[in-house]
Design a protein around this ligand. Structure first.
Ligand SMILES: *Cc1c(COP(=O)(O)O)cnc(C)c1O
Ligand SMILES: [Zn+2]
Length: 443
């Protein structure tokens, strides 16, 4: 049935150049613009919005390969022409959206939700995109393309996802990481998956420059988010959020952003749902950046009239420590269409916001802390109304960021007051000392 539909690569600057999704190419040969995956929208309009909704809903918890995946349950919108046998999937997606009841009560927001994209094989939303990219590579190899390996530069989570999906497919992977700038968990994930890990004395942007050179030889395929196949998987988060709210759009979706691929993908998914009649009204997007890596925020302050890459400073939100985001143009395009806003959070704000969420029964990463802190500020300023329905996209599992959580609770973080620190009570193994401590602690 998917054969009715078709997708291709198209120049994002609108110069009209097209390529196959299986071509090893990342930029337009005409004008140097990034390439986006485009779909045959006329063919997709052959089904009504109600029919698409029913089809997607019928695949929730499906046992039929590959529809048990949140991504591949939307195969017609993602990569319709791929052969099912070449799909490399770990049942990614279909992650829970939880009501943040207690934190919502504290700030007077009864309708606040958190989508836990980190509840996934490698612990971040990057799995949503990587299943599509690695599946496409599997198809290219099956079609006889001479691909020796897939490579990426990463702030941590992309490499964990690439290495794991490469391992599942039996495709060699090359991981370029900035030395000392990713968490222990993020470093060990690609190591354990058997990737070749190159730890370089530079930052993310430096790793990116090198991997782009390495992959000019077309036998090594580039998996960074300038590769738009990943956005096709990531955009399904938008469809999932709508599914989880019975197709009633929330008022706002708040999302942390670094390289700006994920916010672009979220926007793409929302716009596609409206174009195909699944929804009529669009939510607004609030994009959250770390103050120490905030080029989009600074550009937003000028109404996007000016834009300067920045040198990203060290931040606890290491997955968004990016000064020269690849998808800046894409992000601005969707933020304009979705009446988006951009907010930022400093180290103290993001660490405290994450700690508050943890104390309310979540376990979130520092990037999600940035999103929550941005939400608090936007509510304070009256841009987001307290009674509105808001969904915060939590991008990774807190367990990937044990190092910074430990430091927070030990009170060891620079520029962070650790207001919610909860260190263990260190006591002698003595019953009366324990009783005394508990009497002081419990009311
Ligand atoms: C990659 C990542 C982001 C940022 O996504 P971009 O597409 O780079 O904007 C946010 N949070 C986590 C945990 C990530 O891994
Ligand atoms: Zn072009």
């Amino acid at each position: 049935m998917a054969q009715k539909y078709h997708s291709w690569l198209e120049c994002s600057r609108g110069c009209g150049q097209r390529y196959s999704v299986y071509d090893v190419i990342y930029r337009c040969e005409n004008c140097g613009g990034l390439l986006d995956v485009a779909h045959d929208m006329d063919a997709l309009k052959g089904r009504s919005g109600a029919e698409w909704r029913a089809l997607f809903d019928s695949r929730i918890r499906s046992e039929e390969w590959p529809y048990g995946s949140g991504v591949w349950s939307k195969k017609e919108w993602v990569l319709p022409q791929i052969h099912d046998d070449n799909i490399v999937s770990t049942a990614e997606g279909f992650t829970p959206t939880l009501r943040a009841r207690r934190i919502g009560q504290q700030i007077g927001m009864p309708d606040l939700w958190v989508k836990l994209c980190g509840n996934s094989l490698t612990g971040s939303f990057k799995d949503l995109g990587m299943t599509v990219l690695v599946s496409a590579v599997q198809q290219m190899i099956a079609d006889g393309k001479p691909i020796r390996a897939v490579a990426c530069a990463s702030t941590g989570d992309t490499s964990a996802a690439l290495a794991a999906y490469g391992a599942a497919a039996g495709i060699p992977t090359l991981i370029f990481l900035p030395r000392g700038k990713v968490s222990t968990a993020q470093l060990v994930q690609p190591i354990a998956s058997g990737a070749t890990v190159l730890s370089l004395d530079t930052d993310f942007d430096g790793c990116m420059r090198i991997v782009q050179e390495i992959t000019t030889d077309n036998s090594i395929y580039l998996a960074n988010s300038m590769n738009s196949l990943r956005m096709e998987g990531q955009k399904t988060v938008a469809v999932e959020i709508l599914q989880q709210f019975d197709w009633k759009p929330p008022d706002w979706i708040v999302i942390p952003a670094g390289n700006l691929g994920n916010v672009s993908a979220l926007g793409k998914g929302l716009l596609m749902m409206r174009a195909l009649g699944l929804i009529e009204r669009l939510p607004r997007i609030a994009c959250a950046q770390a103050e120490r890596a905030n080029p989009l925020y600074l550009s937003y302050q000028t109404g996007y009239r000016s834009y300067q890459p920045v040198e990203a400073q060290k931040t606890l939100a290491s997955a968004i420590q990016i000064g020269a985001p690849v998808s800046y143009e894409r992000a601005v395009k969707v933020l304009r269409q979705l009446d988006g806003v951009v907010e930022q959070a400093n180290e103290d704000e993001l660490a405290d916001a994450a700690a508050r969420a943890d104390r309310d029964g979540l376990y979130v990463c520092p990037q999600t802390g940035v999103a929550l802190a941005a939400l608090f500020k936007l509510v304070e300023r009256g841009i987001i109304q307290r009674e509105q329905r808001v969904v915060v996209v939590s991008t990774a599992h807190g367990l990937k960021f044990t190092d910074s959580k430990v430091a927070y609770h030990e009170g060891h973080l620079p520029q962070v007051l650790s207001r919610h620190a909860n260190p263990p009570l260190e006591l002698p193994a003595d019953l009366s000392a324990v009783r005394k401590a508990l009497d002081e602690r419990l009311t």
